[in-house]
Design a protein around this ligand. Structure first.
Ligand code: UD1
Length: 420
């Protein structure tokens, strides 16, 4: 096991390169199931979740190899249609193999993901959508068993614009007979990027980037190469790291349009921005003003930035309210931030943050990816030394966050530990 040892108080300064989007590549890798071929994905982040997806695909007969930021994938020899619990329990995105397996082979056995550290995360919309396309679905021994002869295009309205359900259903529908319409589809940039990748593979998808996707089924797809979009959550996290320390940080290689909700809230808090092409510089004079946020689907304020915003507001002189509407229980970071001296009260799905109080270093424990990022941000402004345990959570979704923060001037070390 490893932990971070962070001595707070340094202002961050400099430039940092944003990696490819975790949630982008995790949707694209399973899409290669749809067609026997060789693919190269570029701008791929070197993350635990990418390794987990590689291992899962490998067990199915899909060979992959990551060289630098290039991921080579050979999907010509698929021999298994199963995603076992050992992979899915580690990473819910494993569930993305279901749609492409049913779409291409008409059979799949995929473990149900179960709950997660911050509450229930159902997959009913994925299953209902596949059933509407004609798949026969049953649940046996914790597994979803899906069977179909040929999927038939249909109309599918999602009760909520689920990212995963949109991706899974879209991947199943590209090889269906006839036209599928997904309404109230997710419009997160990673879904748009997945649709563009599928189109490059020969799929016919109209309405990309809107919440109504029209998918005309085709008989087969072709191999192709693609560049992964930048990670908007890493981008937002690094901007907050700059602002929370009252430093000046430039993120490079990002898509500023994907983070407008975060930038606009940071502006309300008093941050100054310079935006040019794929670079965004943040700077702030003094501590931020308290600003309330409510998480929402894209282009609203992302739930994946909620915990980092809680940390940011610890620095503000005043009271702010952070309301979580996507995952109402996603607040595992609060008791750990309280160990640093944070004053936060919970009222249902709202965290009320009394900012401006002095934080002091302590040992804290991460229990999910973004919550762990909030602990690192809190540690950057705490007096003294903070140890963040269980950093394997953070390594799931941030490529070398310690190296990147250190290059900006943070005092952060990764050290081996026996503590769990
Ligand atoms: C994806 C992201 C995750 C992000 C989330 C919301 C990936 C790999 N993960 O997760 O980082 O936090 O989007 O932006 O891309 N829901 C249902 N039934 C379903 C599916 C979802 O009710 O079948 C609900 C969920 O409980 C939640 C909401 O829909 O309230 C959004 O979830 P969803 O968009 O599906 O999230 P994920 O795809 O799991």
């Amino acid at each position: 096991m490893e932990k971070f040892v962070i001595r707070g108080g340094n202002k961050l300064k400099g430039k940092v390169r944003i990696s490819g989007a975790k949630n982008g590549v995790l949707a694209m890798m399973p899409a290669t199931i749809l067609c026997p071929g060789v693919f190269t994905l570029r701008n791929v982040p070197n993350l635990r979740d990418v390794w987990t997806m590689s291992r899962l695909l490998n067990d199915m007969g899909i060979y992959s190899e990551l060289n630098g930021d290039e991921l080579f994938i050979d999907s010509r020899n698929i021999h298994s249609f199963e995603a076992p619990y050992e992979h899915v329990k580690k990473m819910r995105a494993s569930f993305y193999v279901l749609g492409p397996l049913v779409g291409r082979f008409g059979k799949a056995k995929v473990s149900l993901p179960g709950g997660c550290a911050w509450g229930p995360r159902p997959v009913d919309l994925h299953l209902k959508g596949l059933e509407k396309l004609g798949a026969e679905i049953s649940i046996e021994g914790g597994y979803v068993i899906a069977k179909a002869n040929k999927l038939i295009g249909t109309r599918i309205h999602l009760d909520v614009p689920s990212v995963g359900a949109t991706g899974n259903i879209m991947m199943a529908a590209v090889l269906a007979k006839g036209t599928t319409i997904i309404s109230n589809a997710a419009i997160e940039p990673e879904i748009t990027a997945l649709a563009k990748f599928l189109i490059k593979m020969g799929a016919k998808i109209h309405g990309v980037g809107t919440n109504i996707l029209e998918i005309e089924g085709v008989d087969s797809l072709n191999q192709t190469n693609e560049v992964v979009i930048p990670d908007r959550i890493e981008a937002g996290t690094m901007l907050i790291a700059g602002a929370i320390t009252e430093g000046t940080v430039t993120i490079e290689g990002c898509n500023p349009y994907h983070i407008t909700s975060v930038i606009s809230k940071m502006e309300e808090a008093g941050c100054n921005f310079e935006i040019r092409d794929d670079k965004v510089t943040v700077q702030i004079d003094g501590p931020p003003k308290p600003v309330d946020i409510t998480t929402a689907v894209y282009p609203g304020f992302p739930t994946d930035m909620q915990s980092q915003w809680v940390a940011f507001m610890l620095k503000a002189n005043g009271v702010s309210k952070i309301t979580e509407t996507i995952y109402p229980d996603r607040f595992k970071h609060i008791p750990e931030l309280q160990r640093l001296g944070a004053q936060i009260e919970m009222s249902d799905n709202t965290a009320i943050v009394y900012g401006g109080k002095k934080l002091s270093g302590a040992t804290v424990m991460g229990s999910d990816l973004r919550g762990s990022a909030a602990l690192v941000l809190g540690a950057l402004i705490a007096e003294g030394t903070t140890e963040v345990l269980r950093i394997y959570h953070i390594d799931r979704g941030y490529e070398s966050i310690d190296r990147k923060l250190r290059a900006l001037g943070a005092d952060i070390e990764r050290v081996p530990t026996d503590e769990f």
